[in-house]
Design a protein around this ligand. Structure first.
Ligand code: P5A
Ligand code: ZN
Length: 479
């Protein structure tokens, strides 16, 4: 486990804010509330995370596109549930220069209604289906809840949204399953533990038949929704009259799904693995995987620097992303601190003693434990350590989350756990909306929904009405 996680767990909000700025990830001081700047180092992390998701989407037949940012109000308003939920959250463009526009434009809050009119033009027959598109864009939502860097933005700068079209309900259902698998794989690769829950009726995406969400647990005991998958049924295709010709010549409305992950998918990695020293990056997304720091000794500066350069060259051949830190104005201690804050997975130090013995000193970022290696073995040792670290990060993060999921069968116990922000509480539920709402009020927390990641037989009685439970429902304090 990480060395120290006091600040991380006690004051998570502040820890996160500080780390974002100090590690050069996001500067949130932009003069518009809810907008932030992805700084160079953060941008590189973001790019690596995006690459992981792009790879998974491309490999499963999704095609990347780019739709316009502006949506005419007439299009946004076409699906009634959708517009009801989103119109109060839109930023509106009302003028072109000094001229008022005849039809206002919304800055896309999501792109269902930007894509639908084009699907109507593109989809003619069953041969055009399935059509699986995605894009990585900014979306804008005038959030009224407290904004937080990356976690709740008004300009959501890294929105990865997929939109798929299908010939039948069954195919859309299959697509939902594929999307869940893709997102599971994505978060597994990043070592982010999650639970997957079917949201209650009152918390589904506006215009969806149902919503399945990924939630992670933050150090302060609150959950964060890090991705959602929606089966949209024929709601959008009927609203936009998108039809296709079936094999036997009939016209049918298409079936659609959409799913998305925002910058929260990047924040999640920083949050789950972090500690009081800063962030800890899994090697797969680290912009720098190894930092090499000379520990100079009077008169031996040059041979030590040369040894550092040699090790860097060897590692770059693996290939491995290396930073050779020969800055003359910083002490080794300052450099250690600098790379730890930025989450570089492995640090190699070379001092006079190491040089004499033909060794290097190695520190892994997650445990901060030191080891020595023979200089000649450095490439194989780095590869092995990167694998070990990846494995340990996943295992420790999963263990941390599992220990904070509680199964209880009394309302008192659920209340007690949630009051002390212990984590996610699972209770038996009869499935009635009415009891769900009552439960939320009683425990003063949110229903995440029913598990989509377990298939167990349910026993017990609904904590609210006492009738036989038909499902488990998860409850938590949520961001
Ligand atoms: C699915 C993609 C949609 O918008 N349309 C296209 C669907 N779903 S959603 O649930 O509304 O959003 C997807 C995910 O985006 C994250 N998210 C946010 N992240 C940062 N700041 C925000 N203001 C914000 N709003 C939503 C959530 O993780 C959500 O699951
Ligand atoms: Zn009940």
């Amino acid at each position: 486990m990480p060395v120290k996680r006091q600040k991380w767990s006690k004051d998570f909000g502040e820890w996160f804010r500080e780390v974002l700025i100090n590690a050069g990830i996001m500067d949130y001081r932009y003069p518009i509330k809810g907008s932030g700047v992805w700084m160079p180092y953060g941008f590189k992390i973001r790019r690596n995370v995006l690459q992981t998701l792009r790879y998974l989407l491309d490999a499963t037949g999704h095609q990347e596109t780019l739709f316009p940012l502006l949506i005419p109000e007439t299009a946004l308003a076409q699906e009634s549930a959708h517009v009801k939920s989103f119109e109060g959250e839109c930023f509106w463009v009302t003028h072109g220069g000094f001229e008022p526009l005849k039809v206002r434009y919304a800055l896309r809050p999501t792109s269902e209604t930007a894509i639908a009119p084009m699907l109507k033009l593109w989809i003619r027959s069953h041969a055009d289906l399935p059509l699986k598109l995605y894009q990585v864009v900014n979306v804008f939502r005038h959030e009224t809840k407290a904004t937080r860097p990356i976690l709740r933005m008004r300009e959501v700068a890294t929105f990865k949204e997929a939109h798929t079209s299908h010939a039948t309900f069954e195919e859309a259902e299959e697509q939902v399953k594929e999307a869940l698998e893709i997102y599971k794989r994505f978060f597994d690769l990043l070592g982010v533990p999650y639970c997957v829950s079917r949201r209650p009726e009152w918390d589904k995406f506006a215009g969806a038949l149902y919503t399945i969400a990924f939630d992670m647990l933050c150090p302060d005991g609150k959950t964060l929704q890090i991705g959602t998958v929606h089966n949209l049924g024929q709601n959008f295709s009927k609203a936009f009259d998108i039809t296709y010709e079936t094999k036997d010549g009939r016209q049918e409305h298409i079936w659609t799904t959409s799913y998305g992950i925002s910058g929260r998918g990047i924040a999640a990695v920083l949050i789950v693995h972090g500690d009081d020293h800063g962030i800890v990056l899994p090697p797969i997304i680290a912009p720098i995987q190894v930092a090499i720091v000379p520990v100079p000794y009077k008169g031996k500066e040059e041979p030590i620097n040369k040894a550092c350069r040699d090790v860097a060259c060897k590692l770059e051949e693996i290939p491995c992303k290396v930073a050779l830190d020969l800055r003359g104005d910083l002490t080794p201690g300052n450099k250690f601190y600098y790379w730890e804050l930025r989450g570089v997975p492995i640090r190699i130090e070379i001092g006079p003693r190491d040089l004499e013995k033909g060794e290097v000193t190695v520190v892994r970022r997650d445990t901060l434990k030191k080891k020595t290696w023979k200089m000649k073995d450095v490439t194989s040792a780095v590869q092995k350590l990167a694998e070990e670290m990846t494995f340990d990060l996943v295992r420790n993060a999963s263990k941390w989350m599992k220990e904070r999921v509680y199964r209880v069968d009394s309302l008192e116990e659920a209340k007690r756990l949630l009051a002390k922000k212990a984590g996610i509480v699972e209770v038996p539920w009869c499935g009635k909306d009415e009891c769900g709402h009552r439960l939320e009020e009683e425990v003063e927390a949110r229903l995440l929904g029913t598990p989509e990641d377990t298939e167990e037989k349910i026993e017990g009685k609904c904590l609210v009405c006492g009738e036989k439970a038909v499902n488990i429902v998860r409850v938590a304090l949520a961001y």
